[in-house]
Design a protein around this ligand. Sequence first.
Ligand code: PMP
Length: 330
Amino acid sequence: MTTLPNTLDLIGNTPLVRLRGPSEEAGCDIFGKCEFANPGASVKDRAALFIVRDAERQGLLKPGGTIVEGTAGNTGIGLALVANALGYKTIIVMPETQSQEKKDTLRALGAQLVLVPAAPYSNPGHFVHTSRRLAEETPNAVWANQFDNIANRKAHIETTAEEIWTQMEGRVDGFTCAAGTGGTIAGVGLGLKAKNENVTIALTDPHGAALYNYFACGELHSEGSSVAEGIGQGRITANLDGAPIDTQFRISDEEGLVWVRRLLAEEGLCLGLSSGINVAGAIALGKQLGKGARIATILCDTGFRYLSTIYNPQWMQSKNLPPMPWQLEN
Ligand code: PMP
């Protein structure tokens, strides 16, 4: 143990933990990268820091400047913290459908929050397009553009993949996670393949996203829907372009929720739904790679961000999803 010189050094270097239940289920070793342990409690702190540092290096972000971004919430939280540490302001555009906790958190951190109705990407009112316009209209502002700014995936090539490789002592058979921007899957995939091209990289896609079909048969086509926040992509973002995907799984909210529930009840980890979907994907990959395989996935964010959604029995019932059983007892 030693001291860190700067609060921004708290980003990354997260623990990697063996998940007992998922490992037993898969018949191999499943490890979860504890991204909820970042200062903003999600995997997106890494991308936020790299995007801001990249904008500074390019001279786009000047002292006292403003960072504008469209986000499902976690990138905004990461950007707001990084901005506070470096003396910048943030304007965050978010679809109003995201959890109340994320909205409250962003306001509490000092970000200016702009809520827009959920809309398809083709609609000019979509949160990404709205954030780009706001960045253009705001003096001394930069657009973080996490979906198509590859400083995002660079964060995962240079930090997340390196850490997983070191923590697993170079014995990595597979990696999987879901994609929002695709920065994590592409960055960790590229980083691990550079270490050993035989590492299997699998995309875990929620229902309602188009990437499963894209990687399975070359068609961007989606079926169904998901209540998971932060994942589910309908296009090949710049971050996803060239991602080394070997295989893909499609995981339902119900399958993901089994692992959210079990990891909390049996292993004491309170996570968001994208983490549960990732773990279900890791188990599917483990079953495919067979006994003795060593697989890593991402525990993307804390469940405390979803007390009003997946941990709220009334909300779950309204979505026709099973509430946490212990919440029905008290
Ligand atoms: N899970 C959650 C909760 C997220 O907020 C995000 C980021 N959108 C992801 C997973 C996916 O990460 P990425 O953007 O790197 O694909």
